[in-house]
Design a binder for this molecule. Sequence first.
Ligand code: ZN
Length: 158
Amino acid sequence: MTPAAFRLSIPRSVMSGLRSHLEAGYPLEACGVLIGRIDGQTYTVREFRPMRNTVVDRPHDRYRFDDLEHLRVQREAEGRGLEIIGIVHSHPDHPARPSAFDTNWAMDSRDSFNAYVVARVERGGMMEARTYRLSLERARFEEEPLLIDDAGEKPPPG
Ligand SMILES: [Zn+2]
């Protein structure tokens, strides 16, 4: 038996805010964090928070958070009983999977997140977003299901 998968659940409205931010950043990498709650095996996202990409020499294929901004967002979320569940970044004109650089960065980073979302933005339009989890031995990324949650959203007109 395979262990139960973790899954990331994102309301459609939050997904569209995420999409806007990543598309606006094109052709540079854009990034942000997912804030919400962890319920058992499900990560329930409440908000997407855009973050500044502080990389200046090669922002078309690298991103880095501002440490102070990250800390401020984290404290603010915790103050409301929420937490940073995961991080998001775009791959302009590249596949929606972690690069070798992303994997090495996650392995070496002192911060670890439950979900690492990578989105492919092609010619300014977000084509797909996938979510990954760092394996237990922190050696590689494994894809997890990303669910777009329509609950609580207004039904489409007509
Ligand atoms: Zn990347």
